[in-house]
Design a protein around this ligand. Sequence first.
Ligand code: ADP
Ligand code: AMP
Length: 222
Amino acid sequence: MATYIVLLGLPGAGKGTQAALLQEALGLPHVTSGGLFREIAEQDGPLADRVRAILASGDLVPDDITIQIVEARISRDDAANGVILDGFPRTVLQAQALDKLLAERGEAVDIVPFLNLSEQEALARLGGRWVCSKDPSHMYHTRFNPPKTPSVCDIDGAPLFQREDDTPEAHRHRLEVYRENTQPLIDYYRDKGILVEIDAERSIEAIKADLLAATRPYYERG
Ligand code: ADP
Ligand code: AMP
């Protein structure tokens, strides 16, 4: 039996940070829809142009494209034992598509840790986010988690950069998009009895400990 973990929370809640730690601890791949789109945006062609513009604005990529891309990713061999989903689903339609896809395989989403924090804290985190140019799972924050040398990754020495959608304008828009499209997923998963709320206004280590405690039973079951 495979394990499907969906990390939910505002942009900036720490989903990517925690997914990377969970990947290491549980050995399940971290699947980030935002990361998949950033890879597409670096390519050439009409899809790349369209995705690049959507990402910069903070809008959502249309559901049909998103579902197709995530479905292809979680159908790869390395996802046979399950995945940690970060940033997907972001709409009820995406959540329904995921349920359908997993049901066809005799599987289901097992647990949805909801990283809960205030919009104010989310904005503070997004505003100071720096990402490694070689491995985007290496994440820093100017105040909360600074690299030893400014603008250089502690792990591999590669330069750090700020994402194009990490601007105050895009942040405001992304919070609105979250409220309208993604917030309903809290009830969607709560009604299924698989939502676990985690106070995300704490240290990375404290959140990680709660996440491990919440997810391990599902992983060890497999
Ligand atoms: P998300 O994937 O939910 O958008 P990230 O994992 O990218 O969020 O985190 C956003 C920023 O906040 C990053 O700069 C990260 O280093 C920082 N961060 C993550 N978790 C915490 C935490 N618990 N406390 C303080 N800063 C954090
Ligand atoms: P993230 O890396 O999760 O912050 O996502 C960055 C951007 O990618 C978002 O602002 C959206 O434009 C796009 N994106 C990521 N995941 C999705 C999704 N599930 N549905 C639609 N758009 C998405």
